[in-house]
Write a protein of this length. Structure first.
Length: 198
C-alpha cells in the first residue's frame, strides 16, 4: 500500500512539474484580484473612495484590480426588494461607472437594468399580490377539502389561517422564486454585458 501511495504522490508531482512555473501575469492576477475585491468591499461600506484608490495603481496592474472590484460590485446588484437593496444597487452601479472605461456602454446596460427594476416593482408587485391571493385561496380550499374528508365537514364558524401554516409558507417561497427567476435571468444577462465592457 505504501508503494501505491508513493507512486500516486510521484505521479502528482510529475504533473505539477509539467505545469511549470506560473507566469508573471498569473502571479499578478492572484495577488491583485483579491486586492480589487477588498477595495470594492471598502467602497461599499463607505470606507474608501473607489476612483481615488484605483488611481494609485499602475496601468498594467489596474486591470486586475478592476476585475476583482467588478466581481464584487456586480454581486451587490440584485432585485429591488426593499430600500436596502435599492441603495446597494445605486452604490454598486455608481462604483461600476467609476471603474469602467466605456461609460456610455455601461449607462446603456444600466438603463436596461433600471427598466427591469421598475417592472419588478410595479407590474411584478401586482403579479406577486395576485399570486399570493390565488395561492391562499387554493390552499384554503385544499384544507377545507381535507377537513371534509377527515371529519365529514367543516365545523360552523371554523376559520382557517392558512398563511401561518409552514406548508403554505414553503409553497409561497417556491412561487416567489419562480416569479423572481424571470427577472433574475435578465439581470444576469445584463451583468454579463457589463463584464464584457472595457
Amino acid at each position: 500500500m505504501g508503494e501505491e501511495i508513493k507512486s500516486a504522490l510521484e505521479r502528482a508531482l510529475e504533473r505539477v512539474e509539467k505545469l511549470g512555473e506560473a507566469s508573471l501575469e498569473e502571479k499578478k492576477r492572484w495577488k491583485l484580484v483579491p486586492e480589487g475585491e477588498a477595495l470594492a468591499n471598502r467602497y461599499l461600506k463607505g470606507q474608501s473612495h473607489l476612483a481615488a484608490e484605483l488611481a494609485k495603481y499602475q496601468a498594467e496592474d489596474r486591470k486586475f484590480i478592476v476585475a476583482g472590484a467588478q466581481d464584487i460590485l456586480l454581486r451587490h446588484i440584485s432585485l429591488p426588494k426593499n430600500d436596502v437593496a435599492r441603495q446597494a444597487n445605486r452604490q454598486a452601479m455608481d462604483g461600476l461607472k467609476m471603474i469602467k472605461d466605456d461609460k456610455a456602454g455601461v449607462e446603456n446596460v444600466f438603463s436596461k437594468m433600471r427598466r427591469i427594476f421598475e417592472h419588478y416593482e410595479e407590474q411584478g408587485e401586482q403579479q406577486r399580490r395576485q399570486a399570493y391571493q390565488n395561492l391562499r385561496q387554493d390552499f384554503e380550499a385544499r384544507v377545507r377539502q381535507a377537513l371534509q374528508q377527515q371529519m365529514g365537514g367543516v365545523p360552523v364558524g371554523f376559520s382557517i389561517n392558512v398563511e401561518r401554516q409552514p406548508q403554505f409558507q414553503e409553497e409561497w417561497q417556491r412561487l416567489l422564486i419562480q416569479l423572481d427567476s424571470q427577472y433574475l435571468k435578465l439581470l444576469d444577462e445584463y451583468k454579463k454585458e457589463i463584464q464584457g465592457l472595457p
